[in-house]
Design a protein around this ligand. Sequence first.
Ligand code: APR
Length: 309
Amino acid sequence: MKRKKVSIIGAGHVGASTAQLLAHSGICDIVLFDIVEGMPQGKALDLAEAAPLYNSAASVIGTNDYAATAGSDVIVVTAGIARKPGMSRDDLLKTNAQIVGAVGKGIAGGSPNAVIIAVTNPMDVMAHLLYKTTDYPHHRVMGMGGVLDAARFSTFIAMELNVAAGAVDALILGGHGDQMVPLPRFTTVNGVPVTELIASDRIDALVERTRNGGAEIVALLKTGSAYYAPAAATFQMIKAILLDEKRPLPAACYLSGQYGVDGLYVGVPTILGAGGVEKIVELKLNEKEQEAFNRSAAAVAGLVKILDI
Ligand code: APR
């Protein structure tokens, strides 16, 4: 069996942390790409030297040359600038669109069968841009946002109830921005709906904290944005694809009529497997949830329009 290969474009905080989780798991070989000379090579060597300690067979190489990414099964795009205090994800739009547009051209030809995962913010728009610039079928281009947002919601619920975070199964739809749509009705603790366990005003407060989850960390760090949880969320998606897990996970997907949206990347529940987005799960939203979803999708559409893609 051919070994799986994952390329990570952008060897910064999120990229390198994702590479570390992959190297530790041993499920694939890893290529770290960056435009900065020496940096991806140095981080790759450091990661490779940790592999014996994990008893991992993964190889890790660093490069400034897209040719080294050829034949990838999954390509993760984290290249771009991260937020600083006071910036929204949307403030990154034009700079990151330039970077991600160049990345799309760089990766497409060498890995015609890859699944692409956009991480760079504003993520839903960057997924759309990668779809346009690579010309891949849309089920093989997706964005990481919902898994992270749901993990944040799960964490806050677990803190509130003083239970293990792993027992919380949260669901968040919509764009990976301030208008994301946490869904308490579909969020459970060991199968029990969270609405049975926490008073509604407290749920509202946890929802609000989740919406601002990224900004809360940016304000604390002052020099960059979150990367441990984003990397863990990206790793979970890569694993679902490489191991063909058919795992139910939210992802930013190209919608063609689902949830009343057409021709736009927005976060929805999916089944992820070797084919990428193998299925989009259509939940029956109530009126309030659908309105919130529409507002979130409209915010993403507004950014796509600015880029004219
Ligand atoms: N090609 C490849 N890499 C690039 C390019 C490019 N054209 N331009 C910039 N990069 C690299 C930078 O050199 C840097 O190493 O992208 C990396 C980004 O890393 P960080 O600055 O550490 O940012 P990080 O915290 O990893 O966040 C990256 O993910 O979560 C999102 O909002 C976040 O958009 C940001 C992205």
